[in-house]
Design a protein around this ligand. Structure first.
Ligand code: PLP
Length: 459
């Protein structure tokens, strides 16, 4: 911390020089960015000394919580010994070997991994791997990847193209060719009046429609987040993924699970696809692999693809300077050790996750809340103008989008020591997996308090 500069002075430097991601930098300059200066456990502290409960684990990544000195120690040791070496020219490093083996041990059916520096890069690798695989298999025409609207797969050109955020596509001249989208399995938007499981099957059938429209011989893979995160914590009906798997197998199309959020315990299983009951061929990961303490991402390569490209593919013309970065891998190993030693995955599955789920269900009695739901350690609810409404509607009356009620609620959270994210009028959380039961209760208390404040503003 630079004590010689005031917060205002730092904010002025920030506005003058720092273009923030996904931010209107000019609008931010008017009020000044909040400067977070330290953190411990589930709490972050800003430069003015406000303590804030981090209901979003940073950006869905700080799974083991803040202040883990053993991760700092692992980074320090590795930096002192070997801060960097690459894995391109028939060289490698010990931490990257050990992490690859550890990830394979945690992922039955995935003996190999390709490392990247982030989730977006991981999804660029997915695109390259899928096309390389089909080319090796003598079916190079199978180059199209099907994804979903409102999916988030990152911000690089391939990641944003695979994603289904229309506002990103509009600004970037995207998607690139060879990517097609279908609607998301969001019951609130598309499932009005339908039984949820029947809706799950209907939403999966849109994939079959798209495959037939494109011609199965042109389709290489389907990609999806087991539970959509940035799109607003969209938890699909249980029938959805099993049906998607059936359809992909029928047409011999690879399944890619984007596990960047759902991996490493977020849903109460090591991988989100395990919790949702399907077996992908490739899995993108990042975030929770190091709990955000150091940038690292990659792709778990299932044996069908791994054996083909290793045995028959020759040189894979793809890689990043930081693929298998030794410091990142050392931090990841220490982080996975904490997750295992403290039984965080099991705790989310059996203790804290069910408590969060029960607490979210109880928020249904709040006059503003519709559709509260949670799975593992992700949860969401809709801020609704009224409950009920027509029988063929979502069961509530939404606010006019221009009122920005989600943003009003988010501001109350910010002002009252809670980070909760707004996606339109959907409020979402993804707290650190290390939370105790008392901390889950504290999170729920704060959420209710902020909902009350929002209700006072909008009723
Ligand atoms: N995929 C998913 C599902 C994500 O949620 C994200 C980031 O939030 C990404 C990919 C991109 O990861 P990164 O920001 O590390 O590039």
């Amino acid at each position: 911390m630079n004590a010689s500069l005031s917060t205002r002075e730092l904010q002025a430097l920030d506005s003058a020089h720092f273009i923030h991601p996904f931010t209107d930098t000019k609008a931010l300059a008017a009020k000044g960015a909040r400067i977070i200066s330290k953190a411990e456990g589930i709490w972050i502290t800003d430069r003015e000394g406000h303590r804030i409960l981090d209901g979003m684990s940073g950006l869905w990544c700080v799974n083991v919580g803040y202040g883990r000195t053993e991760l700092a120690d692992a980074a320090h040791r590795q930096m002192a010994e070997l801060p960097y070496y690459n894995s391109f020219f028939q060289t490698t490093t010990e931490p990257s070997i050990l992490l690859a083996a550890k990830l394979a041990e945690l992922s039955p059916g995935f003996s190999r991994v390709f490392f990247s520096g982030s989730g977006s890069e991981g999804n660029d690798t997915v695109l390259r791997l899928v096309r390389h695989y089909w080319s090796v298999m003598g079916q190079p025409k199978r180059s199209t990847i099907i994804s979903r609207w409102n999916a988030y797969h990152g911000s690089t050109v391939a990641g944003a193209s695979l994603g289904g955020m229309k506002y990103m596509h509009e600004q970037g001249g995207l998607p690139i060719p060879g990517i097609a989208h279908i609607d998301q399995p969001y019951w609130v938007e598309h499932g009005h009046g339908m039984d949820r499981e029947a809706f799950g099957k209907l939403a999966a059938s849109w994939l079959e429609d798209k495959i037939l429209e494109l011609g199965p011989e042109n389709v290489g893979a389907f990609i999806g987040e087991p539970v959509q995160g940035a799109g607003g914590v969209i938890i699909p009906p249980a029938s959805y993924w099993t049906e998607i798997e059936r359809i992909c197998r029928k047409y011999d199309i690879l399944i890619v699970a984007d596990e960047v959020i759902c991996g490493f315990g977020r849903l109460g299983s090591w991988w989100g696809s395990q919790r949702m009951g399907f077996k992908p061929d490739l899995m993108t990961f990042a975030k929770g692999v190091t709990s955000g303490y150091f940038p690292l991402g990659g792709v778990m390569v299932g044996d069908r693809v791994g054996e083909a490209i290793v045995e028959k593919g020759g040189e894979f013309e793809h890689g990043y300077t930081y693929s298998g970065h030794p410091v990142a891998c050392a931090v990841a190993l220490a982080n996975l050790d904490i997750i295992e030693r403290e039984g965080l995955v099991q705790r989310v599955a059996e203790v804290t996750g069910p408590r969060l789920r029960k607490g979210f269900a109880a928020l249904a009695d709040h006059p503003l809340v519709a559709e509260p739901e949670a799975l593992g350690f992700v949860a969401g609810l809709v801020l609704a103008k009224e409950k009920g409404g027509p029988a063929d509607g979502p069961g509530f009356v939404p606010f006019a989008p221009e009122l920005g009620v989600g943003m009003v609620c988010r501001q109350h959270c910010f002002d009252n020591g809670l980070v909760m994210r707004a996606v339109g009028d959907r409020m979402i959380v993804a707290p650190p997996l290390c939370m105790t039961e008392d901390e889950v209760d504290e999170l729920l208390r704060r959420i209710r308090y902020c909902l009350d404040r929002t209700y006072e503003d909008v009723r």
